[in-house]
Every structure is written in C-alpha cells, then in structure tokens.
Write a protein that binds this ligand. Structure first.
Ligand SMILES: Nc1nc2c(c(=O)[nH]1)N[C@H]1C(S)=C(S)[C@@H](COP(=O)(O)O)O[C@H]1N2
Ligand SMILES: [Mo]
Length: 325
C-alpha cells in the first residue's frame, strides 16, 4: 500500500510489492520481534474456535445476482486467501493467512449509529438474515497495482441504510474496523492510526454496487479477508473496502480515513480507480492480475472506475477527479 516503487536503471519496473521503504522495514522488524515473543507462549497461541464460530469453510447459501457478474476469470480461492492486505495482522501479503486465526468472529456486533433515526446494534447472525444473500463477482483493484476477481457473498449496504433511516444531517458514512490488540498482533505497530477507518459519501454508500460482504466462493468470509463482515466498493482502490467492521457511523462531515491520514497526498478520500491519476510514486495506468499475469507478462490496462463507469460515473459529474483523487 505505502510500498515504494522505483524504476530500475534499465527502465523496467520493480513491482511495488517487492520494495520496502526503510520505515516500514523497521516497523516490520518490531512486529516480528513482538510475534516472536508471542510464539514463546505469551499472547497469540492458535486457539480453538470460539463458541458458535463457523469454521472457515462453512457454506453460505446465496443466489447469484446476474446484474453483478464480471465475466473475467475468477481468481483462485488459494490466491484470494493467501495474498492479502490486512495490516492488523502484519504488513506482508502472507501475514494475514498466517496470523488471522487469532481473530474471534463470535460473538460479534455491528453498531449502526450517528445521524440516524433508528440506531441499532446487530448481532452478526441477525445481520446475516437482514436481506437475501447474493453472490456477486467483482473486480478488486489494489492501489499497489494488482487486481483480483472475487465471487463475494452479501447484500447491498443500502439495505442497512434504509432501515437505519439517516437524518437530514447524514452526508457521509464511516466504517470502523475492530481494533483489539489481543486478537490483532499488527496493532503493536503504529504504522496506521487504529482502528482502521474508511468512509463514503452517502450516495456512494447507497449505490447498489456497494456490498455488505459476509462471504466468498460460497463460504463464510475467511478471517484474512475480513471476517465476519466487511465492505466492498468495487470501483475504488481496495483500501476503501474496510475489513472486520464493528461500526457503521453516519456523520455530517467527511470522516477521517486511515490511509488519508497516513499520507494525504497519496491516498485521497475518494480514491476512485483512475488510470489517468498516477500515485505520486508510481503509474496507475496498468495492473497485474494475481494468478494470471506473471511478473514478466505485459500488465493489463486499468479501467476507469475499475470498469464500473457505466454504473457510477454519474456520481462524480462535474467533479475534477484529479483534485478529488
Ligand atoms: N481493516 C482493514 N481493512 C482493509 C485493509 C487493512 O489493512 N485493514 N487493507 C485494505 C487493502 S489495502 C486492500 S487491497 C483490501 C484487500 O482485501 P483482500 O485481502 O480481501 O483482497 O482490503 C482493504 N481493507
Ligand atoms: Mo490495497
């Protein structure tokens, strides 16, 4: 995410994911030391499943929604569950699959709060029954320059928003992830200002594409992918799609977001996938499809709004997307 890309002297690119700036390296080292301490028996031994916690492979019945299926070949379950960004469990792509077993997904509640007439705290198993579960295959494009195609399970976030009845003051929605250092070893590093926090404008949150996500490949969401519930906003860079959320808060002013606070000149509030607006340290014109495109095959062109322009471009009519990146 914050990872630095640079051109080699021969003009070829070093993949952004293979370069580690010094600060990150140092913090990662601290993290490894902390993890070593826990391996010595202090904190994060592999635990049995909490009471009522579904096994990772538990099936989740859902009906495919034909309106939301990209035709690109889906990424393999293996890649989707072993190449992750989830800094609460470490900064390497392989850390979440190693470490996320310490996340306890039951009991779990999601509080819907702030500028709403109907605030409510949902137990996760009630939330799962709020609306019919759909299967939708979306592209996911990380700001680092790679992408996947993922068959998610969930329903439109709008289903919750309608029930919450936002007040006239609700202009934005904030999503807040769990931040429990007992379950999340990555919190011992101050790389981000925890809890992980993201946000959308109200009309973006209400858009039918915006998915409250509880599963993938017909199974409950694996922990490393943000169990038990996350948001998926397919036309924006992946970091907008907060994992393991515990709060959905309606607010009047644009909420602070984790990556924007970390580097405001690199990660804007909007963060729409836009091949014409480069990241200050690398181009966003192309991407590498995980599992399909090797490091040496030509990268594929990145699509405006990640290919969802027909559905979402109207939300940004009249906005200068170079300014509101
Ligand atoms: N809470 C939380 N949510 C997060 C992140 C994170 O570090 N913490 N990483 C984001 C980033 S940068 C990306 S690309 C996607 C990755 O989702 P995936 O691992 O399921 O592919 O999750 C996003 N959501
Ligand atoms: Mo990302």
């Amino acid at each position: 995410m914050l990872i630095k890309s640079s051109a080699r002297l021969d003009g070829s690119d070093i993949p952004a994911s293979e370069i580690t700036p010094r600060g990150v390296f140092e913090r990662r080292r601290q993290l490894l030391l902390a993890a070593g301490a826990s391996a010595a028996g202090l904190a994060f031994g592999r635990r049995a499943f909490a009471a009522n916690e579904p096994a990772d492979s538990a099936k989740l019945a859902a009906t495919p929604n034909p309106k939301f299926q990209v035709t690109d070949k889906p990424t393999s379950l293996k890649d989707i569950t072993s190449y992750n960004n989830f800094y609460e469990f470490g900064t390497d792509k392989g850390d979440p699959v190693q470490n996320a077993h310490s996340l306890q997904t039951r009991p779990w509640t999601v509080s819907v709060e702030g500028e709403v007439h109907n605030p409510k705290t949902y137990a996760i198993d009630d939330l799962l029954k709020l609306a019919p579960l759909e299967e939708r295959t979306y592209r996911l494009r990380c700001v680092e320059g790679w992408s996947m195609v993922i068959p998610w399970t969930g329903f439109s976030l709008a289903e919750i928003i309608k029930r919450a009845q936002p007040t006239g003051n609700a202009k934005y929605v904030q999503f807040i992830s769990l931040a429990d250092p007992k379950q999340m070893p990555g919190l011992s590093s101050n790389i981000l200002d925890w809890p992980y926090s993201e946000g959308l404008r109200m009309d973006e949150a209400m858009h039918p594409l915006t998915l409250l996500t509880v599963g993938l490949y017909g199974q409950v969401l694996p922990k490393q992918d943000g169990a038990p519930v996350r948001i998926i906003v397919p036309w924006k860079y992946g970091f907008k799609s907060a994992k393991s959320i515990v709060k959905i808060r309606f607010v009047e002013k644009e909420p602070p977001t984790s990556w924007n606070k970390y580097a405001p000149n690199e990660y804007g509030f909007y963060s729409n996938v836009n091949p014409q607006v480069d990241h200050p340290r690398w181009s966003q014109a192309t991407e590498r499809r995980i599992g399909d495109d090797g490091f040496f095959s030509p990268k594929r062109p990145t699509l405006m709004f990640n290919g969802y322009g027909d559905q979402v471009a109207s939300l940004y009519q009249g906005m200068d997307l170079k300014k509101f990146y």
